[in-house]
Design a protein around this ligand. Structure first.
Ligand code: NAD
Ligand code: UDP
Length: 311
């Protein structure tokens, strides 16, 4: 198949591109390097089935020739990024999704949206099944990301229902692994980098808030299975293993052998208190579940950051 990946120079987009090429597809990667890096695609230079196009997907996407699938992954994803890039975040989630849907319709491609557990906001139902509508502050600082993704889901379902477009929506829960930017601000990369550099480990709030961390290879496998499935409604893909932020800090400190102090900082506005995917549907529909436990995934990720920071 000929496939387009938006956000291909990002953390997840680059891993997805690798997987699609490994499955013998041809891939056009598209990115404007807003939060991504050429380094994430450097290993694909000269690959006969890979092509890169620099483009802002919030603008009309010019295209010639056939296209079988579009994976729309372009969007700032770290809270630090989307708080600094509120308008770009809203535009890529709304206008960017609309452009990708239009291109999918024009070419007959299947459309795949990278949505997020943030559509559940600060959830009042725990763990979160796909049927939960969420608890989002639309005008809070995180609203730029949450509402862009909720709009993206809504317009994707509208294209599916009104135009009969083939669509898939994944709700991704906190995913980590190699190729995250050392300073992108997300908790796993922050803690590892701080621990390796002997800097204070910054815990926001009292560290009792929870997240459920999925290793990148597990996530990409779930995504590829979902793309090939018949499911048009949103599907949770994530690891239900739930940890407090404080537990993660201790784990990272222990695994890196670091002497870093724990430093407590104010909790950001609207920071979800808990988050854990209900993956009953993914298990049943895709025969998928995560196989990499947190400790194992952290070994790989710590190794990666050691190399990046050392080099
Ligand atoms: P990332 O910041 O590493 O990658 C995003 C990529 O999109 C970057 O390369 C960036 O330059 C590109 N981009 C942003 N705006 C663009 C635009 N207008 N035009 C072209 N390219 C643009 O983030 P990530 O973690 O790889 O996230 C990828 C996708 O997965 C995002 O849509 C995000 O919302 C979603 N997601 C990720 C997670 C996670 O835990 N990593 C969780 C939920 C959802
Ligand atoms: N967090 C933290 N210290 C950091 C970065 C994040 O305590 O240096 C917390 C953050 O407040 C949140 C959790 O870790 O409760 C996960 O944050 P992240 O930015 O990774 O993503 P989120 O799940 O909030 O989208």
């Amino acid at each position: 198949m000929k496939l387009l990946v938006t956000g291909a120079a990002g953390f997840l987009g680059s891993h997805l591109t690798d997987r699609l090429l490994a499955e013998d597809h041809s891939v056009v990667g598209m990115d404007n390097f807003l939060t991504g890096s050429e380094r994430n695609l450097a290993h694909l230079a000269g690959h006969p089935r890979f092509e890169f196009r620099r483009h802002n997907v919030a603008e009309f996407i010019p295209w010639k020739g056939p296209l079988d699938g579009i994976f729309h992954f372009a969007s700032p994803a770290s809270p630090v990024d989307y708080l600094q890039l509120p308008i770009q975040t809203l535009k890529v989630g709304s206008l960017g999704t609309h452009n990708c849907l239009g291109l999918a319709r024009a070419t007959g491609a299947r459309f795949f949206l990278a949505s997020t557990s943030e559509v559940y906001g600060d959830p009042l139902v725990h763990p979160q099944p796909e049927s939960y509508w969420g608890n989002v502050n639309p005008i809070g600082v995180r609203g730029v990301y949450d509402e862009a993704k909720r709009f993206a889901e809504a317009i994707t379902m509208a294209y599916h229902r009104f135009h009969g477009l083939e669509t898939r929506i994944v709700r991704i829960f906190n995913t980590y692994g190699p190729r995250m930017r050392p300073h992108d601000g997300r908790v796993v990369s922050n803690f590892i980098v701080q621990a390796l550099q002997g800097e204070p480990i910054t815990i926001y709030g009292d560290g009792s808030q929870t997240r459920s961390f999925c290793y990148v290879s597990d996530l990409i496998d779930g995504i590829y299975r979902l793309f090939r499935s018949e499911r048009s409604e949103p599907l949770n893909v994530g690891n239900p293993g739930e940890f407090t932020v404080g537990e993660l800090a201790e784990l990272v400190r222990g695994m890196t052998g670091s002497n870093s102090q724990l430093q407590y900082r104010p909790l950001p506005q609207d920071d979800p208190r808990v988050r854990k995917p209900d993956i009953t549907a993914a298990r049943a529909l895709l025969g998928w579940e995560p196989v990499v436990p947190l400790r194992e995934g952290l070994v790989e990720t710590i190794d990666y950051f050691r190399k990046v920071l050392g080099g």
